[in-house]
Structures are given as structure tokens and as C-alpha cells.
Design a binder for this molecule. Sequence first.
Ligand code: ARG
Length: 465
Amino acid sequence: MAESKNLWGGRFTGSADARFAEFNRSFGFDRRLFEADVTASLAHCEGLRGAGVLTHEEAEQIANGLRLILERGQSDSGYFDELLSAEDVHSFVETQLVQLIGDAGRKLHTGRSRNDQVATDFRLWLRGEIDRMQEKLREAQAAILDLAEENAEAVLPGYTHLQRAQPILWAHWCLAYFEMLVRDDERLADARRRVNVMPLGSAALAGTAYPIDREAVARELGFDQVSRNSLDAVSDRDFCVEVAAASSLIMLHLSRLAEDIIIYSTQEFGFLELSDAVATGSSLMPQKKNPDSMELVRGKAGRVFGHLAGLLATLKGLPLAYNKDMQEDKEALFDTVDTVSASLEVTATVLRNVRVREDEARRAATRGYMNATELADYLARKGLPFREAHDVVGRLVLLAIEREVELQDLSLEEMRSFSPLIAEDVYESLSLEQTLSTKSQAGGTARERVAEAIRAARVRLSNPK
Ligand code: ARG
């Protein structure tokens, strides 16, 4: 293992305490920024050439060296172990470059600091991760839409307070989650706009002292803008908080979806069955089939929320500009994007591995007085003020409960003794299909509205913003 000399040795006569050096070191995890670091260094090298700081030959030497380093890093997994003692990814790349090309390599750090370097690398890396998360998000959305279409006929009881409320279409339930993920996708896209701003050229805090064309460097790296204030640029980690917040909402939505799937696949509910591909058994109880996949997604939400809270706490008391506390942003975001991506993938897989138990769900959707609101609406349509209609139906429900029957099992005479407005057509009103079809305004669960909503969702998914 080659010995790494740190980048800041001149002013020091003593050497670092070994435990402190280990504590200080981030190479164990920030090696994940390796490609971004080399890419940003290549662009900086061009900037220095443009500014006349590097001769054409020096710039060529540096660029060739950096490309070799990039290639080796991409192809040789043992490469990073050569300099295990490197302080961070930036020191690693620079040290490798000097080893490889000699003196010219020592000029690369002109006009930049690790402070603008790390902020630039992190943004470059995160931009790619946001794109990947959005892809995964859309795959999960596609799985939701497929589940909706494959079960277009199916119904289920809708709940409030986890008490049976009104029947809805399965597809309507699916689309509720689709909508949540649409907003999540928008939030990621919005965060990406602020991520995609280039800090490079801020140097340590005050701005670079060399005539580097920052706009050209930014274009080279695919950034939309350059940062407008050097102090802000090296100390801003809002972008990390935003992505952690958007990620937290994704996990919150996946967790609620997971919870619905978990309870719907219990024997008590019985509306769903998970295939063997996404369930596990018990080592003790032979009959068990457990929804671990969804439980883990639900559980991992807590971990992502923790990263958001942790980042906020880390940043809140920091004086301007860069402080080493900020190194803590890395592991938090690495774990956040890994957890979100894996959870989205597993959720999409689960959605493709559930069977809707249509008969059971339909049975549940037609029991428990879920058509009571429909009866109140029926009376209101016949002119009874809704508050009175509510009261009449409440008393009818009480009677039905005593008799242990559903509303539609009461005779017309019995019903009419509560209100003379009730006529023979009441039975049609109490039917499941009628209960669904009256919810026909925009956003409702009527069959034609839901079919439209699925079509609109398909269009949105194929042209995301
Ligand atoms: N590893 C550091 C981080 O992640 C890089 C920046 C170091 N800058 C410094 N002035 N020590 O924040």
C-alpha cells in the first residue's frame, strides 16, 4: 500500500494522531464520488487552460492522466485499496495524478479548493441519482397502472378510520397511489433544478483568483447555471435537504401503500394474496406467509426520515462558510438514495406479484351498510334536506343492525314507514353499481371516470415533466 501524503502538510511539523486521522478520513465512503471528481477535474483543467494558467501541453498531460485514472477506477476494483490511507476522494485523485504524470499534476489544484470541489462533485453525483430515482419511480407507477387495468372490474370497501365507508373501484385505490408518486416525481424534478448549479470556481470561500470562464466549465459539466455567491456556494447543503425531504415523502407514500397491502393480505381482510416471490415463511409456524417485502419498505421509511432530521440538525448551527461538519452529508444521502431506489424497485415487484381476490373484496364491499350514504343521497334527491335524510337512514341502519341484515334486505313497507319518499326504485339505488356510478364528478370512483383517469395517467407517464 502506497503511503499518501496529505495535501496540506507545509504548515505542519507534527503528524496527525492515528485515531484522529482515521476519524477525519472520508475516503471509505466518498470514493463513491470518484467519477464525478475526475469529471469535474477534467473540466477544471480545461478552465485553467482557457485562463492561461496551464500550457496546452500541461493541460493535455493532466487530462490524459485523469482519463487513465478514470479508466482504472472504473475497471479495477482493487485500485482504491492502493491508497486506503487517502484522506478523501479529492486527495486520492490528485495524489494518483502526481504519481502518474509528475509535476504538471501539481498545478491542477490552482484556483480551486476541496470546498468547491466537493460541492461540485456531490451535485454532479446527485443529479445522476435523481434521474435514476425518477426512473424507478416511473417503473413503480407503471406497475400501479397495470394492476389497475388488470383488475378493472374489481371493487373493494373504501375506509375512513379503518371503518367500512363506501365502495370504491380497485383501480381508484391504485390511482390514489399513482397520484402521490406523480407529486413525488415533480418534487424530484424541482429539486434537480437547484441541484444542477455549479459551485466550482468559488474556491475555498471568496471566489477564484484566476480568469476561469466558469460558464464554459459549467456547460462542459452539464450544469444549467453557475452559483452566484461563492460563500453560499461552498456552504449550501439545502440541495441535500431538499432531496432528503423529497425522498422522505416517497418513503412515506411507499410505507402507506405497504401498510394497505399488508392489512389487505391478512385473513381478516383477505382482499389480496402475495405470490411466493415476495413473501416469506416462518421458521416455526408452517402455515405462515409473511409480507416481509412490504414490512421492510415500511420500516425503511423511518431510516430515510432519520437522515432528513440528521441533516437539518447538522447544518443548523454552522457559521459561514465551509465546516467539516458538512462531510456528514455524504453517508446520509448515499443511504437515502440507495434506500429509496431499492424500496421503489421492491414495491414495483410486489405490485406485479399480488393477486386481487375479487370475490372476497366484492363481498366485503357489499356488507356493512356501505350503501347507507347512497340511501341518504336518494332521499335528498327526492327533496328531503340531507340532514334529515341522514337521520332517517341512521335509524334504518339501526333497525338493520338489530335484524342482522343489510339495508336492501328490508322490505319496501318497512323502509316506507321511515319515509314515504322511499319507493320501489330504492333497491336499484342500493345496488353496488349504482353506488359507484353516482360518484361521477371529476376525481370520483364512477367506472367511466376511473377509466378516463387511467388513460390520462398513461399519457402523463409517457410524457413526464
Ligand atoms: N471530505 C470533505 C467533505 O466531504 C471534503 C472537503 C474538505 N475540505 C476541507 N477544507 N477540509 O466535506
